[in-house]
Write a protein that binds this ligand. Structure first.
Ligand SMILES: [Zn+2]
Length: 314
């Protein structure tokens, strides 16, 4: 049954960056410095982990040029080399030390700083992927100013791709985190399992999800999370697709899983309710006629794509 579920077409929102990350250049500080100071180079500004956006029907990154960015970089602001596109270098810049740009300061009036979770659906797809690279990186530089081994100050390295401890007796290297999260649709015959958290909007159900624990395979994490949240037992697990989720730095790993025992019990307090939904009903919700009867996650969420792919299968 799992083999009949079609693969995702294209990629999930927040993946599919138009940038060449140019990993080979990161250690070449002279070259990267020249790129940073070249005319046409673009900087995405993040204020307290919120990217500056140009308002519009489709939200785009409000890029700034070197004249705006370089004084901050020369003054010690955190930055990271993101890559190039069409020969143009792209950088991320932390402007958190500036006054709230929606209130004043040199970045005032240049752009808006919307809640990304709420506005992800209206973000340009390529820009969303660049934000998914820039936001966790700059956020991480702010959180890793001190060495987690010895407590000494750290310094940025590799054009923003890592940091190193300044204590010569330690010299620990630090790298940005990406936290794996499994998100999965359990299937039993012609039904799928969806759950409801108390914080969800009324009528909304979604796929179950949870962080992968140390020493755990993805398959084991899928089985454990479904069991913990719903009591349902699953066997075979099949990977579907993944999605960077920059809140703050997760990678959602989407799977389908076959239930071996569909009995639901809610042992924990994570879910308010878990239910099996018939495929015919889900198809009508997705197609429109019965969309008022069940609220599913929006198309930019990987949970929606897991449900849609399963519903498309014979
Ligand atoms: Zn250290």
């Amino acid at each position: 049954m799992l083999n009949r579920i079609p693969a995702l077409e294209g990629h999930n929102v927040f993946a599919g960056s138009p940038l060449d990350r140019c990993e080979h250049l990161r250690g070449n500080s002279e070259k990267v410095d020249a790129l940073m100071r070249a005319p046409g180079t673009r900087f995405i500004c993040l204020w307290k982990a919120r990217p500056m956006i140009a308002p519009g029907e489709t939200l785009r990154i409000q890029w700034v040029n070197g004249a705006m960015a370089l004084p901050l970089i020369d003054g010690g602001a955190a930055w990271a080399f993101l890559g190039t596109a069409g020969g143009v270098a792209h950088f991320a810049l932390d402007i958190s030390a500036e006054p709230d740009p929606e209130q004043g300061g040199r970045f005032a009036g240049l752009g808006i700083f919307p809640d990304l979770r709420m506005s992800a659906a209206t973000l340009d797809r390529g820009d969303a992927a660049i934000i998914a690279q820039a936001k966790p990186l700059i956020d991480w530089h702010g959180r890793r100013k001190y060495c987690s081994v010895c407590g000494a100050l750290t310094q940025m390295r590799q054009s923003g791709a890592s940091r190193v401890c300044t204590n010569p007796d330690c010299s620990a290297s630090h790298f940005p985190r990406t936290d794996p999260v499994v998100i999965m649709l359990a299937i039993h015959e012609d039904r799928c399992l969806l759950g409801r958290q108390a914080m969800f909007p009324p009528g909304m159900y979604s796929a179950l999800a949870g962080f992968v624990e140390p020493g755990e395979s993805l398959e084991e994490a899928v089985r454990r999370e479904i069991d913990e949240e719903s009591g349902v037992q699953v066997g075979a697990v099949r990977y579907h697709s993944s999605q960077p989720w920059p809140f703050p730095a997760s990678l959602m790993i989407g799977c389908h899983a076959l239930a071996t025992d569909p009995a639901i019990s809610l042992p924990g307090d994570e879910l308010e309710e878990a239910r099996w939904f018939d495929k015919g009903f889900i198809r009508e919700v997705l197609a429109g006629p019965r969309r008022d009867e069940l609220r599913l996650p929006p198309p930019h969420a990987i949970a929606h794509q897991l449900i849609r792919s399963w519903a498309a299968a014979d």
